[in-house]
Design a protein around this ligand. Structure first.
Ligand SMILES: Cc1ncc(COP(=O)(O)O)c(C=O)c1O
Length: 362
């Protein structure tokens, strides 16, 4: 029996392994949560408003002088790189080929900000200090994404990271962190957020991914850099006055999610162990370093997409929203990022779902 009410409606997601599944994002659910977060005296803006409180809290957590709210990480990071470029008088930055700016932002860094991008050579491995040393052109900044989402949430070992940043700095580049998922990265490094953020000049964190806010981003750094970023935020139309609903949901996430991250990571490890023990699919990395990892499947992408869509339509269970192709067309992969949604599945259940997926895709 198909659980879809009408053939015109998309299948309703009842349970999902996907972090951003719509289950917790329906407007009514969000509005109900928001009401619990305010009282009659909560100001909409000003120094005691939710946005300013959030900025101060994240600046403190990351050990930075100041932090600034942005409507999106896309805007925050392009602005951060632009400010580093203007201060250094250089136009180029370097990053791993899978960085969000080049992959998903239609090269806004160039189209909007006139910056040039150097990709490090190996898309299938993390970047190295040698990669950075070999670039040659003086850089305004180097961008690190921790963890590297498209490599299954891989992280460089701490000493490697520190060495890479030292190489960048020795050439006069600023160090910028794409910390969209810094909360996940921290579970591997097991160092205070302040120590991890302290390696970098500027840090962006997302408010709506693992923190489960509605949308938004924070850019943190020294007061001069962040003030210059604020000018660009205004120029780009990002200084929105009524951002308090976004800040409120992010504050709630900040209170509740980071303390649960170690449990998310433990559950990710248990799920991955069950998948690998089954032997049909393999996780990458094996074992995962963070709550985020990839599952590599011995089946073609389109067949897996069809199988996943059928399971969603029949059972309301979403295994993935998107399947990734791999160089071998007989294989494909998808991401699991353990948060509240995936915590509702036992490791054996997930292994069973993958068995079913592969049986249907055969
Ligand atoms: C690693 C990473 N950086 C930056 C962004 C951009 O964030 P936003 O969606 O807030 O523009 C994303 C969004 O998915 C991301 O995954």
């Amino acid at each position: 029996m198909d659980i879809t009410d009408s053939p015109d409606l998309p299948p309703r997601v009842l349970r999902s392994l996907f972090l951003h599944a719509p289950i917790r994002r329906r407007p009514r659910v969000v509005l109900q949560r928001l009401l619990e977060l305010v009282d009659a005296d909560t100001p909409p803006d000003g120094p005691d408003g939710p946005v300013a409180v959030l900025e101060r809290r994240i600046a403190g957590l990351l050990g930075k002088e100041v932090a600034l709210f942005f409507p999106t990480g896309t805007m925050a990071q392009q602005v951060a790189l632009r400010v580093h470029a203007e201060r250094s008088g250089r136009r180029a930055f370097a990053a791993h080929p899978y960085n969000h700016l080049d992959q998903w932002e239609k090269q806004g860094y160039n189209a909007v900000h006139g910056l040039r991008y150097h990709r490090t050579p190996d898309p299938h491995a993390l970047m190295t200090a040698a990669d950075l040393a070999a670039i040659g052109e003086p850089l305004a900044a180097v961008l690190w994404e921790l963890p590297q989402r498209d490599l299954g949430g891989l992280l460089p070992e701490w000493d490697d990271l520190v060495e890479q940043v030292a190489v960048a700095r020795s050439g006069g580049a600023a160090a910028h962190l794409d910390g969209a998922r810094l909360w996940e990265a921290q579970t591997y490094y097991r160092r205070p957020f302040e120590e991890i953020a302290g390696v970098f000049d500027t840090v962006y964190v997302s408010l709506y991914k693992s923190l489960q806010g509605t949308r938004g981003a924070i850019l943190a750094g020294d007061a001069i850099t962040v003030a210059a970023a604020g000018v660009w935020r205004t120029r780009l139309g990002g200084a929105i006055p009524d951002a308090w609903p976004l800040a409120l949901t992010a504050l709630a996430g900040l209170d509740t999610i980071p303390p649960r991250m170690p449990a998310f990571r433990d559950h990710a490890l248990a799920i991955a162990a069950a998948i690998n023990a089954d032997g049909l699919a393999r996780t990458c990395p094996e074992p995962p370093q963070t709550p985020l990892f990839h599952v590599h499947l011995p089946a073609p992408k389109q067949a897996v997409e069809r199988a996943g869509a059928a399971m969603l339509a029949e059972q309301g269970v979403q295994v993935f929203p998107r399947v990734r192709s791999l160089p071998d067309p007989r294989q494909c992969a998808f991401e699991i990022s353990v948060g509240e949604n995936a915590m509702e599945f036992t490791p054996d259940e997930v292994a069973g779902l993958i068995r079913e997926l592969l049986a249907r895709a055969a």
